[in-house]
Design a protein. Sequence first.
Length: 157
Amino acid sequence: MKNIAPKTSRVPFPFVLEELTSLRLTVKKVFGFTYVYLDERLLFSLREDIKRSGTNGMWLFTSKEHVDSLVKEFPELSRRQVWRSGKNCWVVLASRLEYFEEYAFKACGLILNGDRRIGRLTRRATGVQSTTFRLPLRDTPTRFSRASRLASSSRAS
């Protein structure tokens, strides 16, 4: 029989959060990432996964307007470390980089100094509602359900 021990919930790269202890941060773990918020602002996420180590590190959340100036703060980053999707952007300080700890401390310094280039408002703060889908009631047939196909075939007869 396998020994099933509960997984310990440890924060990756704890020195990052220790550096920011003077701030009242909220930390949430979701989908293998540790997300760090300051009020309604999502600042960054931390990731450390043994199986998929290519994306481990500190992910700085930013916007299209700020990404280019923020990248200049970290001169050794390659273009592959900057991800863009519409108006959202990420600067990935990969843990495999030689300067990872130096860059992580620099990012912490920028956050402590109130640099608005790091972070973006959450959907709740911007008033954008997340999309929710309502499932049909079980008694209400949908066009793809077995019940609706049976009902339509019986009506056709």
